[in-house]
Design a protein around this ligand. Structure first.
Ligand SMILES: Nc1nc(C(F)(F)F)ncc1COP(=O)(O)OP(=O)(O)O
Ligand SMILES: [Mg+2]
Length: 223
């Protein structure tokens, strides 16, 4: 069972920045600092791809990014790597359908950590909820440049379906989201949006994050 405060988590999910070394135009540390300065409210370290860091280099970078998050009170989430999350006492993990089931991760992490689960259909949504997920990542909403093995693009259909069924779990949309296409994701019922390349690949990550914050605020005013 989780004791994570879901009201606070909804706010933290508002602008959920995700990145790894492969996504960054500048250094990961500079990029994260800039994103938080621009208003990123949660961070996921997602180290993927052929040039992904491993071992000591991965640990050192993760520690440095965790430090930046702690200094700003931004939750630090690790993608996939449960061992690393436990070693660093991260604030939580994000797992997909191909990763270790959320129920066993909950056993290992305990009730105070955030567990996010990717879901692509209602069956996966219900399973994640019964496994004790604290939030869901729903997508890909739009075509994404950040995930080679992404499932079929689904728009905001599943987000709408989840909310129409009265399922209230905190959730973010993910996949190809830009400031220009943010509004429909929020209007469909997402608590926030997850962004990788539109911030990590921007010449000015602070300005890019600020654009998202404005788009999210506008979307909440005019759903
Ligand atoms: N990393 C993610 N973060 C989110 C979040 F909700 F945080 F926005 N949603 C979905 C994913 C995708 O997770 P997964 O399906 O395991 O693929 P990968 O390990 O390649 O990221
Ligand atoms: Mg994964």
């Amino acid at each position: 069972m989780s004791v994570v405060d879901s009201h606070k988590l909804r706010e933290q999910l508002s602008l959920y920045f995700i990145m790894g070394t492969a996504n960054c135009r500048k250094s990961p540390e500079e990029t994260l600092k800039a994103a938080i300065k621009g208003g990123a409210t949660m961070f996921q370290f997602r180290e993927k791809g052929p040039s992904a860091l491993h071992g000591q280099a991965l640990l050192e970078l993760a520690k440095s990014l965790q430090c930046l998050c702690r200094a700003e009170g931004v939750p630090f989430i690790i993608n996939d790597d449960i061992e690393l999350a436990i070693q660093l006492d991260a604030d939580g993990v994000h797992i997909g359908q191909e990763d270790e089931p959320a129920a066993s991760i909950r056993q290992r992490l305990g009730s105070g950590k955030i567990i996010g689960v990717s879901a692509h259909n209602l069956a996966e949504v219900q399973q994640a909820i019964s496994d004790g997920a604290d939030y869901l990542g729903i997508g890909p909403v739009y075509p994404t440049p950040s995930k080679d093995d992404a499932r079929a693009v689904q728009g905001t259909r599943l987000i709408t379906e989840i909310r129409e069924k009265g399922i209230d779990i905190p959730l973010v949309g993910i996949g190809g989201i830009t400031a220009a296409n943010t509004a429909p994701v929020i209007a469909a019922g997402a608590d926030g949006i997850s962004v990788i390349s539109a911030i990590a690949g921007a010449a000015d990550a602070t300005a890019a994050a600020r654009e998202f914050v404005q788009a999210i605020e506008r979307a909440h005013i005019r759903p």
